[in-house]
Every structure is written in C-alpha cells, then in structure tokens.
Design a protein around this ligand. Structure first.
Ligand code: BGC
Length: 872
C-alpha cells in the first residue's frame, strides 16, 4: 500500500506556494478489499539527499496513529521565500503492515515578502480610452548571465494579461495570466521553471501585454474599469552552481514597441496584422533601436499573491464536422463552419494568400433559419477577429492570444480563394480543472445532457465561474455559482478554483458585510447580490468542504461568512429578509422562472434560514460550540418566522409555486407533519403543468433532490425524461451541446427568445447533474471528502443501466448498475482508506454481496475499500 499521487495544496510538484502551512495528501493504488491506513509518517527535507537518507530535517511527523490521508498540515520550521522542499510518506495498513516509502515529491514556496520583489511595473506610454483600444505592447530587454544557471524561475504578473517569452520561446502554456481578480485588492502572480530556457551569455526576456479584464471591455460597461493600460511586473531569478544567484527584473531599462496585435479584447476580439510582425524580437541580436523606453508606473501597492487555483489552458482541439457552407452575398460569399460543439476559446486559422488581405472571423452559437450566423444574443460583444496576411508563400497559421469567444459556428469572410475544412480548427480553453466525473446511462439523451453540463462548465470556468462566455457579460454571478457548485465538483476538480474564488468574494465584500451579485466586483448593480446570489459566500465553501474534506476553506472564510450573516440579521425585519418595505436590493427572485412568481422575501427568508443552518454546521466543524448553538437557534427562529408568514396551518406554502415548496422542503422549514402535504402540492403543480417545471434558477436545482427526498423518484424521473419545454431534455432534443440559459431559448412556435437575454451556454440549469451522480448513479458524500461514500442508486422508469465514476480526494469511486430480467447487478469500487454504506434500490430489498460487510439496522451494508459485485 505504498502511497502514490502525492499532492501539496491539490497540486503535484507545485511552484509558488504562498500558503505558510501547506497541506499534503496522498492516495493508494490498491483495490485490495479492506485496504485502509492505520498510521502515517511524513518526512519533509531541505534536500533530496536528506530525504533519501530518511532525514526529515524540516519536519518529521513521526508515526501518527490516524487514518487521515488528505490535508495533512505541514508543521515544520517556517519556510523561506522560494524554498524548495522534498517530501515522502509511508503508512501502516489496517493489519499493521508497514508500506515502503513513497517516491519523493516536492513543492516550492513563492515569494512571501514584498521585499523579495525587485520588479517595477512597466508598460507603454500610450493608453486607450473608454471606447478605443491601443495595440498590444511588446516589451523586451537583454540580460547577460555569467554562467549556465542550474535553476531559474520566472515570477511574473500583470495588471492586464501577459505572455512571457525567453530567447524566442513562450514561457508556460497559460492563457490570460494572471487571471481575473479585483486588481485594486489583489493580483495573482505565476511561477515558471525556466531553467531550460536560459544560457550563459546574452539572453532576451520579453513579454506581450494586453488589456484583459483590467482595462479591456468587461460586461456592458465599456473599458478601463480597473485601470487605463496594462502593466507588466516580473523577475527572473537564476541560481548558479556555486550557490550564488542573480535577479533580472522588469525596470526602466526595458524597451517597448507595438507589433502585429492591433487590438485585443476579451469581448470584442483580436485584430492581427501579420505584416507588422516583429520577427526575432524575442531573440538575441534583434535590433531594437527603434523601440521606445518603457513607462514605469508607481507601485500601486496592491498585494501580490500566489495562485490558489488552476490557470487557463488550451485543453482540446476540434475539427469542423464538414466542409464550410457557402452563403452568397455581395461582393463575395461568406463561409460558415460548424464545429459540432458549442465551445469556448478561439480558432486556429490556416491560410495562404496575398499580403495585405484581411480576413474576418465572426463567431456565433447558433444559426438563423437562413443558415447565417446568429449574433443578436451577443449584445454589444463583437467577438470578431481580423487577420491580415503577410503573404508567406508557404502559408500562414494564426491563433489569437488575448481573447475568447463562445461559439459553435465560425463565419469566415474575405478568405482568399475557396476555404477548405482544414482552414479552421477550434481551440478549447478554460481553467485547467482536471476531469473527475463520468456519467453515462442507457438513455442517450440523458447521457448527452450530462455531456452538455460538462461542456457548459468548461466554457464558463474561465478563471472565475461565469454566467456565459459569449455576450457582453461573462461575469462571476454569485447565484449561478452557488446553484452549480455541487455539480461542478463532480465533473471536475474545482477545489483550487473555488478556493481562489472564495478569496475573490472576500475582496468583494463591502464594509457592511454585503456580498455583491458578481465576483470579482466591477462595482455594478448594487453592493448586495440579494437572496440566493449573495449566499454563495457560504454555500460554495461549504460544498468544497463536503466534497474535498477541505476544512481550511471554512476556516479561512469564516469571518467573511460571519460579517455577511451580521449584515443579513441587521437588515431582516422580524427575521424576514427583504421585507415588503425593505429599501435595499431585493434580489433577482427566481430568475427566469416560467409563469410562477415566488416573492423575493420568501426566497430571502428561506435562504436566511439555510445560511443559519449551514453556519451552525460550519461552526460545528470548526469546533466553535457557541456559534454552533447561536446559529442553530437563529435557524429555528427564522424557520418560525417563515412558517408564520408563508405556511398555512394545514401545511400549504403561499404562494403555491414550485420554488416556494422546493425551498421549504429542501431547507427543512415546514412544521412537523407538513412535509407530506407540501410534497403532494408540489407534485400536483407539476402534474397541472403536464409534468413540466416552472422553477427558475433558484428552484430548479432542488427539484429532483427534493422529489427524491420525499419519496417521489417516479416524478423526478418523469421530469428528467420530459422532452417538451420547460424541461432538461427539451434543448437536447433540439441538438443542444451545452446548457441553455432559458428553457425556451428557441422553440418551434416562437423561434428565438428575447435576444437581450438568450445565452446558449449558461450552466445554471445544469445543476441537475449532481442528482444524476448522487441519486441515479448512487455516489454521494457520507463523510467529507468521500471518506465514507453513501451509495444508494436509483433505477428509474426507462433507465436500465448506469455507469459512473468519480476521482475523489481519496481515489477513484465507481458505481455501475444494470437491471436485466428483473435482476439488479451492481459493480462498486471503494477507494483504499475509505468506506461505503451501500443500500439496495427501492423494490430490491435483499442486497447480496459475497464479501465481508456489516449489515446496518436499516438494511444497508457497510463495506470497506475494494471492488465488489452486488446483486439484488
Ligand atoms: C446573468 C445571470 C445572472 C442574472 C442575475 C443575468 O444577466 O446572465 O446568469 O444570474 O443576470 O439575475
């Protein structure tokens, strides 16, 4: 049982850790039944030699009699800036057998003090305006190394976005670094190992800067929300074999020029004139006599922090599904490419032609009924790229660097000659959150729904969880994030992603304790996101704790949650949040619900109760007994207020909307004995609507979990498999490859919904995904981090098999079942050092397993790690 997959702060071999007590985790490869850890020993050493000699000169945990294999907190001596440390672990298993030491792993600290930085903020002398952009500045300097370095690191960041180049090679593979934070509060820096890029003698350090979120268009408010032009800040630190080191930092000696990137903007697109390429600019010997001195900016003093989440990377290439379709127009035709998948990123263009010709590329998610590109729903976002040829006889290949689009279709105009299929390739970019979940089942439409959910997640997790990737919005809407976080944590490893975003929420919190509607904030709408939006500040960290066993996200953000609760308590009247005469922001309601208005104060009060409930549990986890009691009492008080105002004595919730019932049931707000009535009313409403939904963003994520909880899986499956709108499968039957913002984004009767609000890639309604994993496949959290798994699959009408898996922090979980000739067979994998409670599905009482297990009083079985076959 040798530990494998050693990780520090969720990453293998990370650089730039600025968490002072990083957490270490490992997994096991064995599928042996009963495999468990009884004790561990961790060694952390300052050199690989010490580690090889089993010396933990930085920290030796000693033998610890615990079965904990995730988030072991480093408790050794304080680590220095840039210090590299090596570690390994061995364990004793359930029978006391000692494992071998793991292979060595390592992490490296970031720059912990401001004084570690010698860099200055540099940029060009030209700034654009509110409406107009200026070209992307190229920056360069030459530095001389006395010897070949043994190690070299680049520490870099920007106000704006940057790409760094050394001696003609691009550093790393990241897009849009340093990512989006509120640049007035915090900027992330990146660390790259550039040892292999530098040599003895002359070297060139270079960078290209672009506006990004810092000064380019963000949402619909134009440019320059944080600053007027982009700035670069960074340094290369080299180590020589004699132990000495040298630092080469951005400073006034750097030079700058404008090159081929005439304009680049997240929303508008990129314009590139290949005739203006600065060939060789990033190599030694380039003549930069015509370049200008950079402008040096006074240090704004904004804190620089290491990355806590993943960077954005290109993860997939997509070829068009067929030849482009020619659309006749005067004076020359357009060509429409179909990539077969609504995706987020940009395209690689391959072209051969005359110098000076400009090709236009426009991007859209859908086509009009005439087969032309539909762009009305983009609002003011142009998402249009221009490429001007340099006339290379060998042909030219181009990809933009500093923009992204949401699209399935590409319209190519003014292409020289007849474009072929090969001219366009889609490049998918998103936060590099590794895939962790798989779900397929016998119903192809449901399987496609799951694919669409994952595509929606990929497209909208671009450094922050956004609502949509195409129109002039692309914001970190808090409501959308809380609705979807649980599903997100099945599909992909989002622990780091939400750790970073929790920090964004902290930055965005107002002095009064409000959490705004969008995070990072751009200062729009109101300070208070309102019910079901602002509450993300509690719901998201709680979900990350449950799914990754991550207590620290609760510790780190407890004060934010407390301040938020303080704000809610001080503004609620008689414990009713958003009371009718409340003058503050009452929220967005049950956004995009269908013919059913749920009052904002009902939603507000329900969420206040839910927050109190979660806060009590969080306080419990953190050992804050007083707070645990205080919030439990608050929950009871708000629950009583909810009942007084919205629940009739016989258990009806008023007004009788699906969402009102869903919240009351899911948050446990009803009087003793009223759940049954409420469930009947909820189902009656669904039936009245011909087994359709009315719930919008707020209610829809709870529909199926609530139906399951009240014993109405039959209705849950009926709604799941419903193909007419409003329903989950409607869009799938219309060929959707992502989740739509609206149930009726396009219908045969009405065509496109209101173009002002009609995204075809919005993940919120994809929140059904968590129910597919938890309930249909039967993979649910029993104890945080899936230390114990609750496995209770639910075969539903019309679904005969399911195959699902989840790479949890403890390792791979599998649950695959099939019903054939009335027999239920179930394959289960429980990772080492975890256990599972497995329950038979309804109608199959006698669960059989020919391996050791403990029968629980309710008929379920407690099983240990291993691969099992069960039947019923
Ligand atoms: C966004 C939503 C968001 C909403 C607030 C919209 O414009 O696209 O997803 O939650 O505003 O109601």
């Amino acid at each position: 049982m040798t530990p494998v997959r050693l990780r520090c702060e969720y990453q293998e071999r990370p650089l730039g850790i600025d968490v002072l007590h990083p957490r270490l985790s490992w997994q096991f490869e064995t599928e042996r039944q009963g495999a468990a850890q009884a004790a561990y020993e961790v060694l952390v050493a300052s050199s690989i030699m010490s580690l090889d000699q089993d010396e933990g000169d930085l920290w030796s945990s000693g033998r610890v009699e615990l079965d904990q294999s995730i988030h072991i907190c480093y408790e050794g001596r304080a680590l220095n800036s840039a210090e590299r440390v090596f570690w390994k672990v061995r364990i004793w298993d359930e029978s006391g057998t000692e494992s071998r030491w793991s292979s060595p792993a390592q992490w490296e600290m970031g720059l912990l003090e401001r004084s570690d930085w010698q860099a200055e903020w540099i940029g060009s002398s030209l700034a654009g305006g509110q409406r107009t952009a200026v070209p992307a500045p190229f920056l360069r300097t030459e530095v001389s190394l006395t010897r070949q370095p043994v190690e070299a690191r680049l520490y870099a960041t920007a106000l704006g976005v940057y790409e760094f180049y050394i001696n003609g090679r691009r550093v790393g593979e990241d897009f849009f670094a340093p990512g989006w934070t509120d640049y007035r509060q915090r900027v992330q820096y990146q660390v790259y190992d550039v040892s292999h890029l530098l040599t003895e003698g002359e070297n060139v350090l270079g960078a290209v800067l672009s506006d990004g979120w810092y000064c380019g268009n963000v949402e619909w408010r134009g440019r320059q929300l944080y600053g007027d032009r982009p700035w670069l800040f960074g340094q290369v630190v080299v180590q020589y074999d004699d132990g000495s080191s040298e630092t080469f930092a951005t400073n006034g000696a750097w030079k700058t020029a404008f090159g081929p990137i005439l304009e680049s903007d997240m929303l508008m697109g990129e314009s590139y004139d290949a005739q203006r390429e600065l060939t060789g600019w990033d190599k030694v010997g380039y003549d930069d006599a015509g370049w200008q001195a950079v402008t040096v900016k006074d240090d704004p003093g904004v804190p620089l922090v290491g990355m806590r989440g993943p960077t954005v990377k290109a993860t997939q290439e997509i070829a068009p599904v067929g030849d482009p379709v020619k659309i006749d127009r005067w004076p020359a035709p357009d060509y429409i490419y179909d990539l077969g998948q609504n995706m987020v990123g940009f395209v690689r263009l391959k072209v051969k032609g005359e110098a000076g010709k400009t090709i236009r590329l426009r991007f859209g998610e859908v086509l009009t009924d005439k087969g032309t590109l539909y762009t009305e729903n983009l609002r003011s976002a142009k998402q249009t790229d221009y490429y001007t040829l340099k006339g290379d006889p060998e042909g030219e290949i181009w990809e933009p660097r500093f923009t992204f689009h949401g699209f399935r279709y590409v319209e190519v105009r003014d292409f020289p000659g007849e474009p072929t299929r090969e001219a366009i390739t889609g490049i998918v970019v998103h936060s590099d959150t590794p895939k962790t979940g798989e779900f397929e089942c016998s119903d192809e439409l449901v399987t496609q729904l799951q694919r669409n959910i994952d595509w929606g997640q990929r497209g909208n997790f671009v450094d922050v969880p956004t609502d949509c990737p195409q129109r002039d919005e692309r914001l970190g809407w808090t409501g959308d994030a809380q609705v979807f976080v649980r599903t997100a944590a099945f599909n992909r490893d989002v622990a780091g992603f939400f750790t970073k975003w929790a920090n964004d929420c902290r930055d965005a919190q107002s002095a009064k304790g409000e959490i705004p509607p969008t995070v990072p904030t751009t200062g729009v709408v109101s300070e208070d996101g309102g019910p079901a939006w602002a509450d993300a500040a509690i719901i998201c960290p709680w979900t990350i704790y449950l799914t990754y066993g991550d207590k620290r996200i609760l510790e780190e953000n407890y004060d934010v949650m407390e301040r938020f609760m303080g704000y809610l308590e001080s503004t609620a009247k008689d414990h009713i949040r958003c009371y009718s005469d409340y003058e503050g922001f009452k929220g967005f309601g049950d956004w995009l619900s269908i013919k059913a208005e749920t009052p904002h104060d009902l939603i507000g009060t329900a969420f206040l109760a839910y927050d109190a409930d979660l806060m009590s549990r969080i306080a419990g986890v953190l050992g804050k007994a007083e707070d645990e009691t205080r919030y439990r009492e608050l929950f009871e008080t708000v629950k009583a207020a909810f009942q007084r105002r919205y629940v009739t004595p016989d258990g009806l919730v008023t007004p009788q909307t699906q969402t009102a019932y869903l919240l009351a049931l899911h948050f446990n707000l009803l009087p003793e004995g009223a759940r049954e009535t409420a469930a009947l009313e909820l189902v009656a409403d669904m039936k009245k609507r011909g087994w359709h939904l009315s719930a919008g963003f707020v209610g829809s994520s709870y529909v199926n979990p609530v139906l399951s909880a009240v014993g109405r899986d039959d209705v849950a499956f009926r709604l799941l498999l419903q193909q007419t709108w409003p329903s989950w499968l409607y869009a799938v039957t219309k060929g959707a490859t992502t989740i739509w913002e609206r149930w009726d984004g396009w219908t045969e009767e009405n065509g496109f919904q209101d173009a002002g609000m009609n995204s075809f890639n919005h993940y919120a309604y994809g929140a059904i995904g968590s129910w597919l994993y938890e309930r249909v496949a039967g993979i649910d959290v029993g104890a945080p981090g899936y230390k114990q798994i609750r496995m209770a699959p639910t075969p539903g009408e019309g679904i005969t098999w399911v195959k699902a898996s989840l790479e949890s922090v403890h390792g791979r979980i599998e649950s695959s079942w099939r019903i054939e000739d009335g027999r239920f067979t179930w394959d289960v994998l429980v990772p080492a050092n975890a256990t599972a409670i497995v329950s038979p599905p309804e109608g199959f009482n006698d669960l059989k397993l020919d391996a050791p297990h403990e029968k629980q009083p309710d008929g379920s079985l407690l099983i240990k790690a291993g691969r099992y076959k069960l039947t019923a």
